[in-house]
Design a protein around this ligand. Structure first.
Ligand SMILES: N[C@@H](CCC(=O)N[C@@H](CS)C(=O)NCC(=O)O)C(=O)O
Length: 214
């Protein structure tokens, strides 16, 4: 019998309005498995005490990471592409469809999230102007033009690139960055998929069961 895939995340993260629950990146992997009907288990590393074993699997002490038998993968984007090779639901196998999926998956990470994460982080300090504001708005404007013209990023249908891009764009601060109707309806559409809800519910339940009982 083959072992199910194991998605590793923290045992607990803070909840509430400003906590990261519902946005921890293990959700991307859960979502991909749900879309592709891949069997998976979820296991935890300590949020408070990140030990040598954790760093041996994720060199930055972050989550998620993925275990598939004796194969270990870190970086959510790499994990998604690894999973995508197991199911055409996530990535077509024809060269053109695959190339489009790869380019938009990397674009989500390297052209959008690479800008939105530092912008969001700087914004937390509530200083006057955020020096990355213009850069974020420029990237979102360009993406808006793409998504005003089509329903999906790659291959004319849902792929792992949409999963990742929607996950990057659904962060509340990013959603509120400006008036981007095509991006808004794209995120709503992609996140309305039942697989997203199952993944989200799964993550919320995982962290809630570790809350101290009052
Ligand atoms: N580039 C990494 C980023 C991972 C990341 O930021 N993980 C967060 C949780 S979503 C984390 O572990 N944060 C704690 C930390 O950075 O120490 C990926 O996509 O996997």
């Amino acid at each position: 019998m083959t072992e199910p895939l194991t998605i590793w995340t923290y045992d607990w993260v803070p909840g509430g309005k400003s906590g990261p629950r519902g946005f921890v990146r293990d959700l991307r992997l859960r979502w991909a498995c749900e879309e592709a009907d891949l069997d998976y288990a979820v296991r935890s590393v300590s949020f408070h005490h990140r030990g040598a074993e954790h760093f041996a699997r994720q060199p930055f002490g972050q989550v998620p990471f993925l275990e598939d038998g004796d194969i270990n993968v870190f970086e959510s984007g790499a994990c998604l592409l690894y999973l995508a090779r197991k199911s055409e639901t996530l990535m077509p196998t024809d060269p053109k469809g695959e190339a489009e999926t790869l380019e938009w998956t990397i674009a989500a990470l390297n052209s959008i999230e690479m800008v939105t994460v530092p912008w969001w982080f700087i914004g937390l300090s509530k200083g006057a102007d955020n020096p990355l504001e213009g850069w974020v708005l420029q990237r979102l404007t360009h993406l808006e033009a793409v998504l005003a013209e089509r329903e999906w990023l790659a291959a004319g249908r849902f792929t792992v690139a949409d999963l990742l891009m929607a996950d990057v764009l659904r962060v509340p601060k990013v959603k509120a960055a400006g008036d981007f109707p095509a991006l808004t309806s794209y995120v709503e559409r992609i996140c309305a998929r039942p697989a997203f809800k199952r993944a989200h519910d799964g993550q919320m339940a995982h962290f809630a069961q570790a809350d101290p009982q009052s």
